[in-house]
Design a protein around this ligand. Sequence first.
Ligand code: BTN
Length: 242
Amino acid sequence: MKSDPSDWEIHHYETVDSTNRLAASLPAWNAVRANIQTSGRGRHGRRWESSPGGLWISCVVPAPPPHPRWATLPLATGWAVMHALKELGIDGLHLRWPNDIMLGHQKLAGLLVERFHPDTAVLGIGINVSNAPETDNPELTGLTTRLADLLSPCPDVEAVTRSLLSSLSHMHRLMEKEGWQSMRDDLNASWGSHRRVACTLGERTLEGTFLGVDEDGNLLLDTGENTPLTLDASTVTLLREI
Ligand code: BTN
């Protein structure tokens, strides 16, 4: 059982196109890290700005059949990233369902979980450390934050990597032993009170009150009807607070 960052085999590169792509062919407990990604991949085919100073890493974990057991892995990974950041001293984070780690209205980290092999999953994680996303893309002005603006002194990328890998090992152990129930409770609690959100599903946008995530990892949205809507992660392209 893996429990420590030293159990991970880390492959560190200066420049790659996408660490997720490189990790695709590696076995479990390997991780690919790069200083720069030239084609960093975000969710729904979006581009992920990945200039030097950030943590761009893809970690391969066992996720063998039956696959429904791992359906909540993206959310559990979000929990693990939040847990690692908390250990480094960041409080008040929440997971904007399903894959953005937010401090208030600003994004600190994102994750993209992909499957390339039936027995494993690639957990692609980007954390803004001392990079400046808005310099790379002015459209992100005001929408992102980074560790350098939140912690003094700012931990270096190696320290953030160690904390993250340790948290991912812990998360995986929990998933194997007891599922994601305790992580779900934490995630729901991190939202505090119920919040008004706009939820985009392809061409359609629904507004309502976000009630949290259910045991299967679906978003529960109260739109004023008798029963809350249950929305599958894969159908939601964007969730924003309003
Ligand atoms: C998102 O918020 O849309 C997800 C962003 C995920 C970015 C990370 S950086 C490391 C890994 N490699 C990639 O190409 N993407 C993920």
